[in-house]
Ligand binder design. Structure first.
Ligand code: ADP
Length: 199
Protein backbone atom coordinates (compact mmCIF):
# COMPACT_ATOMS: atom_id res chain seq x y z
CA UNK A 1 0.00 0.00 0.00
CA UNK A 2 1.41 3.45 -0.89
CA UNK A 3 2.03 5.77 2.05
CA UNK A 4 0.40 8.63 0.10
CA UNK A 5 -2.08 8.54 -2.71
CA UNK A 6 -3.47 11.68 -4.29
CA UNK A 7 -6.42 11.17 -6.64
CA UNK A 8 -7.94 13.75 -8.97
CA UNK A 9 -7.10 16.63 -6.68
CA UNK A 10 -8.52 20.03 -7.60
CA UNK A 11 -8.16 23.36 -5.90
CA UNK A 12 -10.06 26.41 -7.07
CA UNK A 13 -9.37 29.49 -4.95
CA UNK A 14 -12.20 31.90 -4.11
CA UNK A 15 -10.88 34.33 -6.72
CA UNK A 16 -11.41 31.67 -9.40
CA UNK A 17 -7.76 30.60 -9.84
CA UNK A 18 -7.72 26.90 -10.66
CA UNK A 19 -4.39 26.10 -8.95
CA UNK A 20 -4.58 22.29 -9.09
CA UNK A 21 -6.25 20.45 -11.95
CA UNK A 22 -6.92 16.75 -11.54
CA UNK A 23 -3.59 15.96 -9.89
CA UNK A 24 -2.99 12.26 -9.21
CA UNK A 25 0.13 10.44 -7.99
CA UNK A 26 1.28 7.91 -5.44
CA UNK A 27 4.27 7.82 -3.11
CA UNK A 28 5.66 4.60 -1.70
CA UNK A 29 7.20 4.27 1.73
CA UNK A 30 10.85 5.36 1.71
CA UNK A 31 10.42 7.29 -1.54
CA UNK A 32 11.92 10.79 -1.88
CA UNK A 33 9.76 12.78 -4.27
CA UNK A 34 10.57 16.23 -5.60
CA UNK A 35 7.97 18.52 -7.19
CA UNK A 36 9.41 20.93 -9.73
CA UNK A 37 7.53 23.69 -11.51
CA UNK A 38 7.48 27.38 -12.32
CA UNK A 39 6.54 29.89 -9.68
CA UNK A 40 2.76 29.96 -9.47
CA UNK A 41 2.34 26.46 -10.87
CA UNK A 42 0.73 25.18 -7.66
CA UNK A 43 3.51 23.48 -5.68
CA UNK A 44 2.72 25.18 -2.36
CA UNK A 45 -0.99 24.66 -2.89
CA UNK A 46 -0.39 20.95 -3.41
CA UNK A 47 1.75 20.57 -0.28
CA UNK A 48 -0.66 22.56 1.84
CA UNK A 49 -3.59 20.47 0.61
CA UNK A 50 -1.81 17.30 1.71
CA UNK A 51 -2.13 18.27 5.37
CA UNK A 52 -5.25 20.35 4.74
CA UNK A 53 -3.75 23.68 5.69
CA UNK A 54 -5.66 24.50 2.49
CA UNK A 55 -8.99 22.77 1.84
CA UNK A 56 -9.00 21.01 -1.52
CA UNK A 57 -12.04 21.65 -3.72
CA UNK A 58 -12.36 18.01 -4.77
CA UNK A 59 -10.39 14.80 -4.93
CA UNK A 60 -8.96 12.33 -2.44
CA UNK A 61 -5.80 12.39 -0.35
CA UNK A 62 -5.14 9.00 1.17
CA UNK A 63 -2.46 8.87 3.85
CA UNK A 64 -1.63 5.45 5.15
CA UNK A 65 -5.01 4.12 3.96
CA UNK A 66 -7.11 7.00 5.36
CA UNK A 67 -8.78 9.61 3.14
CA UNK A 68 -7.96 12.78 5.05
CA UNK A 69 -10.33 14.96 3.01
CA UNK A 70 -13.22 13.20 4.80
CA UNK A 71 -12.04 13.79 8.38
CA UNK A 72 -13.60 16.15 10.89
CA UNK A 73 -11.39 18.54 12.80
CA UNK A 74 -10.47 16.30 15.74
CA UNK A 75 -9.78 13.33 13.44
CA UNK A 76 -7.69 15.63 11.29
CA UNK A 77 -5.61 16.77 14.27
CA UNK A 78 -4.83 13.15 14.97
CA UNK A 79 -4.00 12.42 11.30
CA UNK A 80 -1.73 15.46 11.12
CA UNK A 81 0.62 13.94 13.70
CA UNK A 82 1.65 11.61 10.87
CA UNK A 83 2.63 14.46 8.57
CA UNK A 84 5.69 16.59 9.29
CA UNK A 85 6.17 19.89 7.53
CA UNK A 86 9.29 21.95 6.91
CA UNK A 87 8.70 25.49 5.72
CA UNK A 88 10.91 27.85 3.79
CA UNK A 89 10.99 30.16 6.81
CA UNK A 90 12.10 27.70 9.48
CA UNK A 91 9.49 28.78 12.08
CA UNK A 92 11.74 28.16 15.06
CA UNK A 93 11.19 29.64 18.50
CA UNK A 94 14.05 32.13 18.33
CA UNK A 95 14.76 32.56 22.04
CA UNK A 96 14.67 28.86 22.88
CA UNK A 97 17.56 26.45 22.61
CA UNK A 98 18.15 24.20 19.62
CA UNK A 99 17.33 21.22 21.86
CA UNK A 100 13.99 22.65 23.01
CA UNK A 101 13.09 23.55 19.42
CA UNK A 102 13.81 19.97 18.40
CA UNK A 103 11.81 18.56 21.32
CA UNK A 104 8.85 20.73 20.38
CA UNK A 105 8.32 18.43 17.38
CA UNK A 106 6.70 16.08 19.88
CA UNK A 107 4.06 18.62 20.92
CA UNK A 108 1.30 17.32 18.67
CA UNK A 109 1.58 13.95 20.37
CA UNK A 110 1.76 15.13 23.97
CA UNK A 111 -0.96 16.27 26.32
CA UNK A 112 -1.61 19.97 26.70
CA UNK A 113 -0.32 20.09 30.27
CA UNK A 114 3.08 18.52 29.64
CA UNK A 115 3.42 20.69 26.53
CA UNK A 116 2.83 23.86 28.50
CA UNK A 117 5.15 22.82 31.29
CA UNK A 118 7.80 21.63 28.86
CA UNK A 119 8.20 18.25 30.51
CA UNK A 120 10.41 16.07 28.42
CA UNK A 121 11.45 12.58 29.41
CA UNK A 122 15.06 11.48 29.43
CA UNK A 123 14.27 9.27 26.41
CA UNK A 124 12.84 12.21 24.49
CA UNK A 125 15.95 14.26 25.19
CA UNK A 126 18.16 11.42 24.04
CA UNK A 127 16.11 11.04 20.87
CA UNK A 128 16.28 14.77 20.17
CA UNK A 129 20.06 14.71 20.52
CA UNK A 130 20.17 11.71 18.20
CA UNK A 131 18.24 13.64 15.51
CA UNK A 132 20.44 16.68 16.02
CA UNK A 133 23.34 14.36 15.28
CA UNK A 134 21.63 13.24 12.05
CA UNK A 135 21.57 16.86 10.89
CA UNK A 136 25.09 17.54 12.20
CA UNK A 137 24.13 19.92 15.00
CA UNK A 138 24.73 17.94 18.17
CA UNK A 139 27.31 20.51 19.31
CA UNK A 140 24.74 23.31 19.04
CA UNK A 141 22.04 21.71 21.22
CA UNK A 142 22.30 24.35 23.93
CA UNK A 143 22.66 27.38 21.69
CA UNK A 144 19.72 29.69 21.17
CA UNK A 145 18.04 29.14 17.80
CA UNK A 146 18.64 32.73 16.74
CA UNK A 147 22.39 32.28 17.17
CA UNK A 148 22.48 29.87 14.23
CA UNK A 149 22.98 30.52 10.54
CA UNK A 150 20.07 30.09 8.10
CA UNK A 151 21.26 26.67 6.98
CA UNK A 152 21.71 25.51 10.57
CA UNK A 153 18.23 26.75 11.50
CA UNK A 154 16.75 24.84 8.59
CA UNK A 155 18.53 21.72 9.84
CA UNK A 156 16.97 22.25 13.30
CA UNK A 157 13.60 22.39 11.54
CA UNK A 158 14.40 19.01 9.98
CA UNK A 159 15.39 17.55 13.39
CA UNK A 160 12.16 18.90 14.87
CA UNK A 161 10.12 17.30 12.10
CA UNK A 162 11.92 13.98 12.68
CA UNK A 163 11.12 14.24 16.38
CA UNK A 164 7.46 14.25 15.42
CA UNK A 165 8.06 10.75 14.01
CA UNK A 166 5.90 11.42 10.94
CA UNK A 167 5.03 8.94 8.22
CA UNK A 168 5.40 11.68 5.64
CA UNK A 169 7.66 14.70 5.65
CA UNK A 170 6.56 17.62 3.46
CA UNK A 171 9.14 20.26 2.66
CA UNK A 172 8.05 23.44 0.88
CA UNK A 173 11.11 24.95 -0.81
CA UNK A 174 13.24 24.17 2.25
CA UNK A 175 16.38 25.65 0.68
CA UNK A 176 14.93 28.59 -1.25
CA UNK A 177 16.41 31.19 1.08
CA UNK A 178 19.83 29.53 1.37
CA UNK A 179 23.01 29.80 -0.67
CA UNK A 180 23.88 26.89 -3.04
CA UNK A 181 26.52 25.27 -0.79
CA UNK A 182 24.27 25.39 2.29
CA UNK A 183 21.33 24.17 0.19
CA UNK A 184 23.36 21.15 -0.73
CA UNK A 185 24.10 20.34 2.93
CA UNK A 186 20.45 20.76 3.92
CA UNK A 187 19.27 18.51 1.08
CA UNK A 188 21.87 15.91 2.08
CA UNK A 189 20.52 16.01 5.62
CA UNK A 190 16.95 15.73 4.38
CA UNK A 191 17.95 12.62 2.50
CA UNK A 192 19.66 11.24 5.62
CA UNK A 193 16.48 12.07 7.52
CA UNK A 194 14.44 10.13 4.96
CA UNK A 195 16.59 7.09 5.65
CA UNK A 196 15.75 7.40 9.35
CA UNK A 197 12.10 6.75 8.57
CA UNK A 198 12.62 3.09 7.95
CA UNK A 199 14.09 2.62 11.44
P1 ADP B 1 3.92 27.75 -6.39
O1 ADP B 1 4.09 27.23 -4.98
O2 ADP B 1 4.22 26.71 -7.43
O3 ADP B 1 4.66 29.02 -6.63
P2 ADP B 1 1.21 28.40 -5.54
O4 ADP B 1 0.61 27.12 -5.10
O5 ADP B 1 1.69 29.35 -4.51
O6 ADP B 1 2.37 28.08 -6.60
O7 ADP B 1 0.13 29.17 -6.45
C1 ADP B 1 -0.61 28.56 -7.47
C2 ADP B 1 -1.60 29.55 -8.05
O8 ADP B 1 -2.62 29.80 -7.07
C3 ADP B 1 -1.01 30.89 -8.41
O9 ADP B 1 -1.69 31.36 -9.58
C4 ADP B 1 -1.36 31.76 -7.21
O10 ADP B 1 -1.48 33.10 -7.58
C5 ADP B 1 -2.69 31.19 -6.77
N1 ADP B 1 -2.90 31.33 -5.32
C6 ADP B 1 -2.09 30.86 -4.34
N2 ADP B 1 -2.61 31.12 -3.12
C7 ADP B 1 -3.78 31.78 -3.35
C8 ADP B 1 -4.81 32.32 -2.49
N3 ADP B 1 -4.74 32.22 -1.17
N4 ADP B 1 -5.87 32.89 -3.07
C9 ADP B 1 -5.96 32.97 -4.41
N5 ADP B 1 -5.06 32.49 -5.28
C10 ADP B 1 -3.98 31.90 -4.75
Amino acid sequence: MPILEVRNLNKVYDNGVHALKDVSFTVEEGEFLGVIGLSGSGKSTLLRCINRLIEPTSGEIIINGQDITKLNYSQLRQARTQVGMIFQSFNLIRRKSVLVNTLSGKLGRKGLWSSIMGYWSEDERKQALEFLKVVGLQQKANNRADELSGGQQQRVAIARALMQDPKILLADEPVASLDPATSHTVMDHLEAANKQFGK
